[in-house]
Design a protein. Structure first.
Length: 405
């Protein structure tokens, strides 16, 4: 009997950029886990100036990486046309069986290029959405209109939480629910265990005593993160003379505005990668590649956003057994268990946020209990193995429907 080697199906992953951001890292780790089953090409654009490039796990011999320098997150018509043409040329050259896009810009250009080159399977993942809190109502409605047209040429749409699926189908009517598949993002626990994780290194670097509670916010410092809410929270905690130090881990165009507002409110802040000469209430670290080291020392992680898909910072915090406090927006409600692994705050209430932080500041037992439940919850819901299996099954289902498998 002759055994035939069946060639692997070709998978094109198109992402906005290779940055330390939830959507990018999830797509990249997915590529790593599927590389033995598919012939994978990752097409990516240019990161923003205030972003940090993701570590290239990407040296894998079984994954090809192609950078399109004209592809940016912002709308830049001339460069966007160039990017579209490059993506279309790449698709014609490689002839993928599946094009899977992540993010608005890559989803816009990638899906149109895939449709116009007759790619059999076109899939798009919403890691978040732009339908509110980013732009004014007119622009938001126009974006929703465009997304409906793009959904019509897509084989399947992936939501990363049940609430997001509900919003896409019912609130914004982007696609019928039958076309939407909910797949939770997966956390690669092994990636974190490979990072250096000495529980004292981070505190020692910034000269933070063991008895001081560290509260951190982690992510891009941009307007959608509603960072102006964090400042009065810091101020109220500070006025109550709590033994607390706040860390802001990340970078973005709102950093300078935050620092100026803190200065005006008498909040002592410092920016750097080593201990300040004099104690500071708030420390800006910029991006940290080895997030495991920081999470070992942090006691509580917070999130103040106007809009979220599935915030990876909260998942990472729970993985490291840290309780979280977050605004109840978007898919956040599907990312924690309110009252068990952390607290949700409704209506952007500063008073409620401060109250829940104080509960955790003053009760180490509560922090430990929530932390323990948080890790168990994350390992069950956000398993990389579950995500990989679900994605592979969806790819096969779509290929079979096209008569390819």
């Amino acid at each position: 009997m002759t055994i035939r080697n069946i060639p692997k199906k070709k998978l094109f992953l198109i992402i906005n950029r290779l940055a330390l951001a939830g959507g990018s890292m999830d797509a990249l780790s997915m590529a790593f886990y599927l590389k033995d089953k598919y012939d994978i090409t990752v097409v990516y654009g240019e990161k923003e100036r205030d972003e940090k490039e993701a570590p290239l796990l990407l040296n894998s011999e079984n994954i090809q990486f192609i950078k399109i320098k004209t592809l940016h997150r912002a709308i830049l018509p001339f460069k966007d046309i160039q990017s579209y043409k490059q993506i279309r040329t790449l698709i014609r050259k490689h002839q993928p069986d599946i094009v899977h896009t992540h993010g608005f810009k890559s989803g816009l250009l990638g899906r149109i290029a895939a449709y116009n080159t007759k790619v059999p399977v076109i899939i798009h993942t919403y890691h978040g959405h732009l339908f509110h809190s980013y732009y004014n109502k007119a622009i938001s409605r126009f974006i929703a209109f465009i997304e409906r047209k793009l959904a019509a040429i897509s084989t399947r749409i992936i939501a990363i939480s049940p609430h997001q699926a509900y919003e896409l189908a019912t609130v914004y009517r982007i696609a019928p629910l039958l076309k939407i598949c909910t797949i939770f993002i997966g956390i690669d626990e092994e990636r974190y265990s490979l990072q250096s994780a000495d529980s004292n290194t981070f505190r020692q670097r910034y000269n933070i005593p063991e008895h001081t509670i560290i509260i951190a916010i982690i992510g891009r410092l941009v307007s959608i993160k509603n960072l102006s809410l964090f400042i009065p929270i810091i101020q109220q905690i500070q006025q109550q003379h709590e033994d607390v130090c706040f860390f802001i881990i990340g970078d973005g165009n709102c950093k300078t505005t935050m620092q100026q507002e803190m200065q005006q409110k008498g909040i002592n802040w410092y920016e750097g990668s080593a201990a300040p000469a004099t104690p500071a209430n708030v420390i800006f670290t910029s991006w940290i590649t080895n997030i495991s080291e920081a999470l070992q020392s942090i006691d509580i992680v917070v999130l103040t956003s106007y809009n979220e898909g599935t915030p990876v910072s909260l998942i990472e915090a729970q993985l490291f057994q840290k309780p979280v406090v977050a605004t109840n927006v978007g898919g956040v409600r599907d990312t924690i268990i309110d009252g068990e692994t952390g607290f949700l705050v409704a209506n952007f209430s500063i008073e409620d946020f401060v109250k829940k932080l104080q509960l955790l500041i003053h009760d180490k037992t509560l922090r430990m209990r929530m932390g323990s439940k948080g890790k168990a919850f994350v390992l069950n819901r956000f398993s990389k193995e579950k995500e990989t299996d679900a994605m592979d099954k969806l790819y096969i289902q779509c290929l079979q429907a096209e008569g390819i498998v």
